[in-house]
Write a protein that binds this ligand. Structure first.
Ligand code: ADP
Ligand code: MG
Length: 246
């Protein structure tokens, strides 16, 4: 039946960069190759994510190998899971479930250009988070004020936000991003255009952790945005996914 065809076969994928990891064929490959947890894998299958899409097959190993990534893949090809899956795996366990670890603030930040999009990303993230005490914050005026309590803020795992809101909290001294080890710019073509660029640069500057992994995801990346992205990323791999027959 047609639905049995792994989506990966529908895509033509080009990768550029040094030491590009081999793509996965099934999500199960992630267990053997990277020790991705059974919980995360069952959260994928419980949501009928059967086969990785092209961007997921290629992108997830790259991010799990802690490389920076510029990923260009058409709308609807599952870019959200392509970054959320490796981030959740890399974070390991929710900070609130760890004994003797009070936490030091969010370890992952995902930036999106609109509140609606941030909301959709949050929903995808909650699917992967099911069954564990992940604190995934959809940043808003209300959550920003809750997070003004350092004890609450320290135990957050992942923040999903538009740039403006995050920058406001940073500027007010109510948020630090010095523990962020994964930073994603979703819809990067918009995030790197003049409307958002200076805010995005402020967020990047606030992510002072020496090992911060950065990734940009977009359906398109015009030359100007691509140049900016290459300035932000360290020794990145670039993946371009095109639909066959187009
Ligand atoms: P993009 O960001 O590339 O536009 P999304 O991440 O919004 O795409 O995903 C589009 C849709 O595809 C969502 O409804 C998502 O749940 C679904 N999806 C993502 N990955 C898979 C997968 N591996 N198998 C089936 N559906 C998927
Ligand atoms: Mg998207």
């Amino acid at each position: 039946a047609e639905e049995e065809v792994p989506p990966i076969q529908k895509h033509r994928v080009t990768s550029k960069g040094s030491d590009v990891p081999t793509p996965i064929t099934t999500f199960e490959d992630l267990r053997e190759r990277y020790g991705v947890s059974s919980r995360l894998l069952s959260n994928l299958s419980d949501n009928s994510y059967k086969y990785p899409t092209g961007i997921q097959a290629h992108g997830i190993p790259i991010l799990l190998e802690r490389r920076d990534l510029a990923a260009i893949s058409p709308t609807g090809t599952g870019k959200t899971l392509a970054y959320l899956t490796p981030i959740m795996s890399a974070l390991g366990s929710p900070i609130s479930s760890r004994k003797n670890d009070g936490g030091h603030g969010a370890r992952a930040v995902i930036l999106a250009p609109t509140r609606e999009l941030a909301h959709q990303i949050h929903n995808e993230c909650l699917k992967l988070a099911a069954g564990r005490k992940w604190r995934v914050v959809l940043f808003s005026k209300a959550t920003a004020s809750t997070l003004s309590d350092k004890n609450v803020r320290d135990k957050v795992d992942i923040i999903i936000s538009t740039p403006l809101r995050l920058v406001a909290s940073i500027q007010e001294g109510k948020l630090e991003l010095n523990n962020v080890q994964h930073l994603v710019l979703d819809e990067a073509d918009r995030m790197l255009d003049p409307e958002f660029l200076s805010q995005v640069q402020e967020v990047i500057a606030a992510c002072t952790h020496p090992d911060v992994q950065k990734a940009v995801f977009s359906a398109t990346l015009p030359a100007g945005a691509e140049k900016l992205a290459m300035g932000i990323l360290r020794n990145p791999i670039r993946i371009i996914v095109g639909l066959k027959d187009t």
